[in-house]
Design a protein around this ligand. Structure first.
Ligand code: NAD
Ligand code: UFG
Length: 345
């Protein structure tokens, strides 16, 4: 059994990826400091897969503690590095914490990989690096635009760090995955997105409004240059996204990567507006969602969706689930989680 270290493995995308890795036969070691997730996620992963991943509660800002994880698990062959702070607005308020957390963590992982001779890493990047793209759909060759917040800048800097690091260390293989907008939850509804506090992202805000936790959804802008005036994104199912990580790990471990540093867009290739997402969600629940149109949110781009041909052809991976099925999974998760919460009270 091959061992993969998953940083941020109790988080939203990480937990779904751990499930897919275990189901594909990998042994998983999770590292997470639980700054944005809960230890109970490990139980849920076990409930879904029948296997309990190893869990190390470690802060990757702590270099020694990071090295100790590699010391304790000498069979690690690859790392998937999800761990990061990810709230765009918060990153404007506390930029140094974002730079320190996201950049130090990557550096400590690379140092540990060097010391313990681990050669493969998959990195969580974001389509935020493209900013407002000049051409749609956006390809991996599109220029990187100046980040509009420290969060996006940490993704750009991390990509550059790995590129620079490979110059004297060409034996290190990197796959950088640029996610578009991950949404939805595992079909079991045992794991899903669990934002702490008021959600910033569209779909958790929608499900929390539908369940009565929020008064109404604010739609940020209906005066964009799009067919219905609301902003367009490429919403990708989190399980589809998780599967792309398994494919990436296989590619690295089997030596099938064509270049030492590869970049793939992970999206569906289809753009949906905010109003379309609301309509699709209403179809899923069969009930109207309470929303109102307000002004644009600062820093938002008008539209971005992926050209997925490179990921489809080269990685041999394709997003399969459609928007309605994915929104239904998010709704099922919200309902399941809140009913469990009531039981606990
Ligand atoms: P998440 O917050 O649910 O998961 C990240 C996990 O990393 C959390 O469990 C958190 O506790 C952990 N973590 C953070 N800093 C850590 C540290 N110093 N040491 C140890 N653990 C630490 O976020 P997510 O949505 O699952 O995102 C995973 C990755 O994907 C992140 O790198 C994020 O920037 C990237 N990404 C996410 C999205 C999105 O919309 N969710 C889009 C593009 C890219
Ligand atoms: N939106 C609303 N109301 C809300 C929340 C969001 O109308 O309450 C709109 C936004 O204006 C945007 C769309 O819904 O048009 C999607 O917004 P999200 O906040 O869900 O997602 P973003 O596209 O803004 O950002 C996400 C991640 C970032 C990542 C980025 C990459 O949250 O981490 O994708 O494009 F960097």
């Amino acid at each position: 059994m091959r061992t993969v270290l998953v940083t941020g493995g109790t988080g939203y995308i990480g937990s779904h990826t751990v499930v897919e890795l275990q189901e594909a036969g990998y042994k998983v070691v999770i590292v997470d400091n639980l700054s944005n997730s809960y230890a109970e996620v490990v139980d849920s992963i076990e409930a879904i897969t029948g296997t309990r991943p190893v869990f190390e509660k470690v802060d990757l800002k702590d270099r020694e503690a990071t090295l100790e994880v590699f010391e304790a698990h000498p069979n690690i062959e690859a790392v998937i590095h999800f761990a990061a702070l990810k709230a765009v607005g918060e990153s404007v308020e506390i930029p140094l914490e974002y730079y320190k957390n996201n950049i130090d963590s990557l550096i400590h992982i690379l140092e540990a990989m060097q010391q313990y001779d681990v050669k493969n890493i998959v990195f969580s990047s974001s389509c935020t690096v493209y900013g407002e793209p000049d051409q749609l759909p956006v390809t991996e060759q599109a220029p990187i635009k100046k980040a509009n917040a420290p969060y996006g800048n940490t993704k750009q800097i991390c990509e550059e760090i790995m590129q620079d690091y490979r110059v004297p260390n060409p034996q290190i293989n990197v796959i950088s995955l640029r996610y578009f907008n991950p949404i939805g939850a595992h079909p079991s509804a045992l794991i899903g997105e669990l934002p702490i506090g008021v959600p910033n992202n569209l779909v958790p805000f929608i499900t929390q409004t539908a369940i009565g936790l929020r008064e109404e959804l604010k739609v940020f802008g209906d005066d964009y240059n799009t067919p219905d005036g609301s902003a367009i994104r490429d919403y990708i199912n989190v399980v589809d996204l998780a599967k792309a990580h398994v494919v990436s790990i296989e590619r690295l471990l089997n030596g099938n990567n064509k270049q030492g540093y590869e970049i793939f867009n992970l999206g569906t290739g289809k753009g949906n507006s905010v109003l379309e997402v609301i309509k699709a969600f209403e179809k899923v629940t069969g009930a109207p969602l309470k929303y109102k149109i307000v002004g644009r949110r600062e820093g938002d781009v008008e539209q971005v969706y992926a050209d997925t041909r490179y990921a489809n052809d080269e990685l041999g991976w394709k997003a399969e689930k459609d928007l309605e099925e994915t929104l239904a999974s998010a709704w099922k998760w919200e309902q399941h989680y809140r009913s469990k919460e009531k039981e606990r009270e």
